[in-house]
Design a protein around this ligand. Structure first.
Ligand code: URA
Length: 428
């Protein structure tokens, strides 16, 4: 590999230049090996945040991060593969019904997931609230489960894009998370290394999302779709609303219970709508166009895959879900129509109740979270339950209540409510 030095690479980007392929390959490799130190990589990340990267640079940067670790290959499986990635939101339990649903339609779903940090929940945290369920699988176990059950949701091993792991931790403490080239390459390096044949991105927009405005969300989605396409992965993105939390619950065990309701053919309408929209995109990406996923929710076959998926990872799908020891009900302060329910406020409340963690490695409470008894557009009556807060530690209620303050509006005049569409745009 040609030799460069860190100061030369940082200077090029600081002065708004384009990084060459060999500069990118070198700097990612040298950083992973420790030959470029954190101070130098911080300066480069900030230069990228301020001055951007073009499509070639982002694509090469992504390839270099993939090359820092192992690459999985599911091409010998007997069925096509599809995965989805959500940029993260409040009450976003969609992966739980989606993976078994898509598998029930004949497409294998290899889903490597993470744990939550901050106000957005992590899929593994939710699944770990199922008694016995195990997140860590070997590559061989993952492959075998994909062949036998059709869907697997498990923890990403350390071997996948280790350069990203190191760089993401650094960005977190240097105010450089928000750079679109760095977010896009971070997400896509892991998804491409994971070896899926097709990918659907759920890019969230709104108060509860990473991307607060639709233009930046569209730019991120377009960049990720281009990266996937350049790497030979059929990729599309949906921009979806995250100004309101999804469904009626945010937490761990309570989100699993809501997902099971969807798999049983019920569940909140928005969760069903998004699950079906993403399932249709995943099936189309995998070349399956003759199956309607709605039928697989209705006939119980998605539920059968869910149960097999949980069992294959030592979970008991029939075990009662753990419940929080304490609850606090918040009544509606007035009668009228709920016209706004802020995703960030609800996410913060769930987090403060113990459903999420403040720093990597903290434990989460299985039973903690927030249930909201009305969604925007619903009528509420003064004094009737609006929220139920759940936690094992009642001293957490006060801070959770503070985060809900100002987080919703009730229009006493029963004004007509104009809903935001859940799926805002499609890119790809
Ligand atoms: N998720 C990731 O994996 N990486 C980012 O940079 C942001 C969100």
């Amino acid at each position: 590999m040609p030799q460069h030095d860190a100061v030369e690479v940082i200077t090029a980007k600081r002065d708004r230049g384009e990084l060459s392929d060999s500069q990118i390959d070198w700097v990612i490799d040298a950083y992973t090996r420790g030959a470029v130190d954190d101070a130098q990589m911080s300066a480069l990340a900030m230069a990228i945040l301020l001055n951007g990267m073009n499509r070639r640079e982002i694509s090469r940067w992504t390839d270099a991060m993939i090359a820092s670790g192992e690459r999985m290959d599911f091409s010998t499986l007997s069925r096509p593969t599809a995965d989805k990635h959500s940029t993260g939101g409040v009450g976003d339990k969609i992966t739980l019904p989606l993976a078994p649903l898509v598998a029930a339609c004949g497409v294998a779903v290899p889903q490597l997931s993470g744990r939550g940090l901050g106000h957005t929940g992590g899929t593994l945290d939710k699944l770990e609230s199922i008694p016995g369920w195990r997140a860590a699988l070997t590559n061989e176990e993952m492959f075998a489960q994909l062949e036998s059950v059709g869907a697997v949701i498990c923890a990403a091993g350390d071997g996948l894009a280790p350069a990203d792991k190191k760089l993401y931790a650094l960005r977190d403490v240097t105010a450089t998370v928000e750079a679109i080239p760095l977010i896009a390459s971070s997400i896509m390096s892991k998804k491409i290394a994971e070896g899926t044949g097709s990918l659907v991105l759920d890019v969230k927009v709104g108060t509860g999302a990473f991307m607060k405005d639709v233009d930046r969300a569209r730019e991120l989605a377009t960049t990720m779709v281009e990266l996937g396409t350049d790497a030979g992965v059929r990729t599309v993105a949906l921009l979806t609303d995250m100004s309101t939390p999804l469904g009626r619950t945010a937490g761990n065990a309570i989100e699993v219970a809501e997902s099971v309701e969807v798999l049983a053919g019920g569940g909140p309408a928005d969760v069903v709508e998004l699950t079906l929209a993403l399932a249709r995109e995943m099936l189309a990406g995998a070349g399956v166009t003759d199956v309607d996923p709605a039928d697989k929710l209705a006939d119980g076959s998605a539920m059968d895959v869910w149960r097999a998926m949980v069992r294959a990872q030592d979970g008991d799908p029939d075990a009662p879900m753990r419940e929080a020891r304490e609850q606090h009900v918040v009544g509606a302060p007035a009668s009228g129509v709920l016209t706004r329910l802020d995703a960030m406020a609800v996410g913060m409340a769930a987090w403060r109740l113990g459903a999420g963690r403040a720093k990597a490695g903290d434990a989460v409470q299985d039973g903690a979270g927030v249930v909201w008894h009305a969604r925007p557009g619903d009528k509420v009556a003064e004094g009737e339950p609006l929220f139920t807060l759940l936690t094992d530690e009642p001293e957490r209620f006060e801070r959770a209540l503070a985060s809900l303050e100002g987080g919703y509006d009730i229009d006493a005049d029963n004004a007509a409510y104009d809903p935001t569409p859940l799926v805002i745009d499609r890119i790809g």
